[in-house]
Write a protein that binds this ligand. Structure first.
Ligand SMILES: [Zn+2]
Length: 332
């Protein structure tokens, strides 16, 4: 597990990928008494369930009573698509399913009659990808496409991403951080929260998508990426807010947000209204094996590369496999 020097855990929610519903602030207040932490609109409606952390990354349990229907819908519209595209490789590798029970990645065909151009990755949560088989995941690629490279006992895998707008990912993580933040801290972040709300709003002070993108591009858009090898070393999907308790250390932000996803951890600075320009990441360490790098939400990362351990088995009957794939519409 990762630890930051001078920081302590302020909020932790573990295993939000399990099904038991938790209200993020532990408050079961009636709908008519609720207020929205994002828009503050007095007439806001609370008829839908608002997920405090996006369902796209596997949150099944953490909900918020302080996010209105309108904000919920507009955050989803503005950021969810980019977040889904960015996170897809991590979801495939950690077998994390969002709203649907299927994950897939492929490039679009040039000709009719084939369902992909050079590669197709498909993973099912429950049912096999082919009839008469137990296989729940497969990668098919045209020779030399470079999606998988096999070595003796390891597999190099490259998962392409569809085009996304990188600063959207920082905004998506920020939205999760604000959603789990203790209510008494909101006054110190209120200007930043208002900017995020206006970026997603259709009736925004920002007139065009270009203006919104300019604002988003000027945000911190950085963080720390960690990879922990092994089988689910971080125990599911967890979200954490860290608080700086080193009073002499004003160089680092007061709050950090971490999203842990089984093998991966994403940490971003959450900037307080009086902290503009302070987004240096503190020193960190881990008690288990870890690799790390910088999160860069200024540039698009078109392909995610990763090395996995695996075993190569001989398939005796390629003809049979091919006909099974064709029968199941996985090869045309
Ligand atoms: Zn609202």
């Amino acid at each position: 597990m990762i630890k930051f020097d001078g920081y302590t855990r302020l909020v932790t929610f573990k295993n939000i990928d399990n099904q038991s519903i938790i209200e993020v602030h532990g408050q079961n207040i009636p709908k008519k008494n609720r207020s929205c932490i994002f828009c503050g609109n007095e007439n806001a409606k609370f008829t839908k369930v608002a997920h405090a952390v996006s369902e796209t990354i596997g949150n099944k349990s953490l909900i918020s009573h302080f996010e209105c229907d309108e904000c919920n819908q507009q955050f989803g519209k503005m950021f969810e698509d980019d977040l889904g595209k960015y996170m897809l490789p991590y979801k495939i590798i950690t077998k994390t399913f969002g709203k649907s029970n299927q994950l897939s990645s492929k490039d679009m065909p040039k000709e009719d009659g084939i369902s992909y151009r050079t590669y197709r990755i498909q993973m099912n949560k429950n049912k096999p990808v082919m009839e008469n088989s137990k296989v729940k995941a497969l990668i098919i690629e045209k020779k030399n496409t470079g999606i998988i490279k096999l070595d003796k006992n390891k597999i190099d895998i490259s998962i392409p991403r569809q085009h996304y707008f990188p600063p959207s990912i920082y905004c998506s993580f920020l939205k999760m951080a604000y959603s789990i933040m203790p209510l008494d801290l909101y006054p110190q972040y209120v200007n930043h929260i208002a900017v995020l709300q206006q970026l997603s709003s259709e009736n925004s002070i920002y007139k065009s998508i270009e203006e919104k993108r300019e604002i988003m591009s000027s945000m911190e858009n950085c963080g720390l990426f960690c990879f922990f090898p092994g089988q689910n070393p971080l125990n599911g999907i967890n979200v954490i807010l860290w608080k700086n308790i080193d009073l002499n250390e004003r160089e680092y932000p007061h709050i950090l947000f971490t999203l842990e996803m089984k093998n991966f951890a994403f940490t971003i600075p959450v900037i307080r209204d009086d902290e503009n320009g302070i987004y240096k990441m503190p020193k960190f360490s881990s008690n288990i094996e870890m690799q790390y790098g910088t999160l860069d939400f200024k540039n698009e990362e078109k392909v995610f590369k990763c090395e996995m351990s695996g075993e190569i088995i001989d398939i005796m009957d390629y003809k049979l496999l091919e006909s099974e794939l064709r029968k199941n519409n996985l090869l045309k």
